[in-house]
Design a protein around this ligand. Structure first.
Ligand SMILES: [Zn+2]
Length: 329
């Protein structure tokens, strides 16, 4: 019998090298962006290009210290990118052995989260991906669960895994999002760094969730040791590159109080930051970093990127993209 992990979702055939042409077109569509955290438009430049050699202008905000892309996706270009290009670049859904890796991570996440929050009876997973975290919650007796996942191949997998079409909605967070229950736990695993307006998303979460509940966020930590990732860290879809301080500021200014943070060196991600917060207003304002701090931050990023590395720099990316282009992915 075929299980959800054995099925192959057919990708439509494409002309060879269309991927490279699509990336070139995307580069022309990128636009100037202000800081997604504090909204100030005063970038301190760190690096021009991302892993696909798109000119994203990685910068640190002089207003709040958040590292972000000062040139990036917006409007229709963003919509088309996530609908068409992102699943191809990310090879979603992954092959069955990789999916087992995701399933193991889901169990680990459940264990780490419930150790802090205690048992919870309802959960909303924003950016539910392949659905494994919701599956793990259900296996632990969580009775009310829902996911939001705009990516079609990922959602298709999640729906099959959970056996229910209405548990994973084909949408992201929006002002008109309504839920059939107020979740005790809301999770965003590697989602916040992709969002155009992460502060607005947090305010939407605060409106939807149980005021006594928990919000758990995971993001890459730009101040961690991520030299194993190198250039792969810098990606056009990653708009914000948080650290404990900038994420706490964003949460504090958008309706949440941080109660616990966990920094993990490896495993889920090289430099994974997991933050536990609860609804409650503790506006902190945004603190402008000193010039010395900006230089130190830029040095830290440069020391980890290693663009010429054979393992994770441009030679590897060129090889991978070349193979994908030849296969017509
Ligand atoms: Zn800022």
């Amino acid at each position: 019998m075929q299980g959800p992990d054995d099925e192959v979702i057919a990708m439509p055939a494409r002309r060879s090298f269309s991927l490279l042409a699509d990336l070139r077109r995307l580069d022309r569509q990128l636009v100037a962006l202000a800081c997604p955290g504090c909204g100030v438009d005063a970038p301190f430049p760190i690096r021009d290009h991302d892993r696909y050699f798109l000119k994203v202008k990685l910068s640190a905000c002089r207003g709040c210290g958040l590292v972000y892309l000062a040139r990036g996706l917006s409007g229709q270009a963003q919509h088309t990118f996530y609908r068409e290009l992102y699943p191809r670049l990310m090879c979603q859904p992954p092959a069955p052995p990789e999916r087992w890796h995701y399933r193991l991570l889901a169990g680990y996440r459940y264990s780490e989260i419930s150790a802090v929050t205690g048992a919870f009876e309802s959960v909303l997973d924003v950016g539910a991906g392949l659905g494994f975290f919701l599956e793990a919650c259900r296996a632990q007796g969580v009775s009310q669960y829902m996911g939001l996942e705009p990516g079609a191949p990922q959602r298709e997998h999640a729906v099959r895994l959970l056996g229910s079409d209405d548990r994973v909605r084909a949408e992201g967070l929006g002002d008109d999002t309504r839920l059939p229950f107020a979740p005790r736990l809301v999770t965003l695993f590697h989602v916040l760094e992709h969002l155009e307006d992460p502060g607005r998303a947090l305010r939407q979460v605060a409106r939807l969730m149980d005021p006594q509940g928990w919000l758990v966020i995971e993001v890459p930590d730009i101040r961690a040791d991520w030299h194993e990732l190198g250039l792969h860290q810098i990606h056009v879809s990653h708009r914000s590159y948080f650290c404990p301080r900038t994420l706490e500021a964003l949460l504090g200014n958008n309706g949440f109080t941080v109660l616990h943070q966990a920094r993990e060196a490896h495993g889920i991600y090289n430099g994974n930051l997991r933050v536990f917060a609860r609804p409650g207003n503790s506006p902190l304002g945004y603190q402008a970093p000193a010039a010395g701090e900006l230089h130190a931050l830029a040095s830290h990023v440069h020391a980890h990127i290693r663009p010429l590395s054979l393992r994770n720099g441009y030679p590897r990316t060129a090889l991978r993209l070349g193979r994908m282009a030849l296969k017509g992915r």
